[in-house]
Design a protein around this ligand. Structure first.
Ligand code: ZN
Length: 447
């Protein structure tokens, strides 16, 4: 054994590495050395073997290595409602189907099983960190911890009662308890999740603003999702929702505004000035016919835009590769310009920009020395990935998450050549079947 070699935990050699930072770069025949939970080095593979000795050596000769994807908006437990109610407007979908069903069924076990199902799907499709907003965040936290994934856990705040909390004060109180419970957890970061301006009072939004400043944690909410939302707000309050949030003092780099399909030039300026992050969920917006977020205009104005799938009930999958492709195609169509949102940019939305929205860009979102070792390998050896002129083009335009072969979170391998190393799929499958049998007979609520 050569004692001049430095010991590392893992040495991954890949045919291609897309580090995201530096921009627009693809390394060929490169290796990544991981020590504990961080990237120690990124270097040509022929140099790596002369420098490092690893406990675990992984050769990925026909694969591309990328940073773990960051799904910046979703409702993991709703994966149990995938395909339950489709082809409806947002308000009919929520009022007649989703909210009544959630009121009846969404308890601790529903959230834990649904979140575990979402985690399984996300790991298999290369997502290592996700933002979560749903009732029983304590159940989601347990699922995340058991399955060793990373995430931003937003605790919900709404005006109506649920099995988790009885009113706005109760939501806030219980949510702050979750924040306390997870304070020392290196994988989970807790955030405020007031559902939307129409579901939360001014008084509560004001308290969220004050507390989020004090605790310095993010605020994550649905905003300007549909034209109807904005028109009803104007009729009721005399203000567009963004203006209402501005008057309360909520516009800041801590705010993550999800959707933003209805947005004026002037509002883009306000968002940019206040460094508000926008979370773009193109497939959910398309499916619910909510509108088009002007992603390219926002990016041109210097706004940080990240990408999310939204819940599987309005998507209906959690595959960030599909979401990247849809985001790219939608932006090109909306702008009548095929050059906008190129493949490098859209990968950035799905990785580094998500990290930035969560305040984690120093730790996550790119393959750089010193960053946390959240890594994903995609196998490009299959016929449908051939020929490979550009691995990045394959990832964004020709690929689905099912070609993800390996996933590491925090330096630990969770998917090894397509097989879970930790998550136990059989009991999960059984629990999901049981939920389907219970939920399938629920009748929609009529007007
Ligand atoms: Zn949502």
């Amino acid at each position: 054994m050569d004692s001049s070699l430095q010991s590392v935990d893992i040495l991954i050699s890949a045919r291609w590495v897309v580090p995201v930072v530096p921009r627009d770069i693809i390394y060929e025949n490169y290796s990544i050395a991981v020590l504990k939970n961080r990237v120690l080095d990124i270097l040509p593979s022929d140099e790596a073997v002369t420098k490092y000795r690893a406990d675990s050596v992984v050769e990925l000769n026909e694969h591309v290595l990328i940073p773990g994807m960051i799904n910046a908006h979703g409702h993991a437990a709703m994966t149990l409602l995938r395909g339950y109610a489709d082809d409806l407007s947002l308000m009919d979908w929520l009022n007649k189907y989703i909210w009544p069903l959630e009121t009846k069924w969404a308890d601790f076990d529903f959230v834990k099983d649904g979140t575990t199902l979402a985690i399984a799907e996300m790991l298999r499709s290369g997502t290592t960190c996700f933002s979560e907003l749903y009732f029983f965040p304590d159940a989601a936290a347990q699922a995340m911890l058991e399955n060793k994934v990373r995430g931003q856990l937003c605790f919900p705040i709404v005006q109506f009662a649920s099995a988790w909390a009885k009113d706005e004060d109760d939501y806030l109180h219980k949510g702050l308890q979750v924040h306390d419970d997870q304070r020392n957890n290196e994988l989970i970061k807790v955030a405020f999740g007031p559902h939307s301006p129409y579901a939360v009072s001014d008084q509560l939004l004001h308290r969220v603003m004050v507390l989020s400043e004090e605790l310095d944690i993010p605020v994550h909410l649905h905003l300007h999702e549909t034209r109807q939302e904005v028109e009803e707000a104007v009729a009721q309050t005399g203000k567009r929702p963004l203006q209402r949030l501005a008057d309360i003092g909520l516009l800041s780099p801590r705010l993550q505004a999800v959707h933003m399909t209805q947005i004026t030039e002037q509002e883009i300026g306000v968002i940019a000035e206040n460094s508000v992050h926008v979370i773009h969920c193109p497939e959910s917006n398309l499916k619910l016919a909510s509108g088009f977020c002007p992603v390219n205009q926002l990016l041109r104005s210097g706004v940080n835009v990240a990408l999310g799938t939204d819940g599987a009930a309005s998507n209906n999958d959690l595959d960030m590769f599909g979401e990247m492709k849809t985001a790219a195609l939608m932006a090109k169509a909306v702008e009548s310009d095929a050059t906008v949102l190129d493949a490098h940019t859209v990968l950035r939305l799905a990785t580094l920009n998500g990290a930035k929205a969560m305040g984690l860009e120093e730790q996550l979102g790119s393959l750089e020395k010193g960053k946390l070792a959240d890594l994903v390998a995609v196998d490009l050896s299959h016929l449908e990935s051939q020929p490979v002129y550009s691995p990045l083009s394959q990832l964004v335009y020709a690929h689905r998450g099912s070609r993800v072969s390996h996933v590491w979170v925090n330096g630990e391998i969770l998917l090894d050549d397509g097989q879970f190393t930790h998550l136990n799929a059989d009991p999960l499958r059984e629990a999901v079947q049981q939920w389907r049998d219970k939920l399938r007979n629920q009748e929609p609520t009529q007007d």
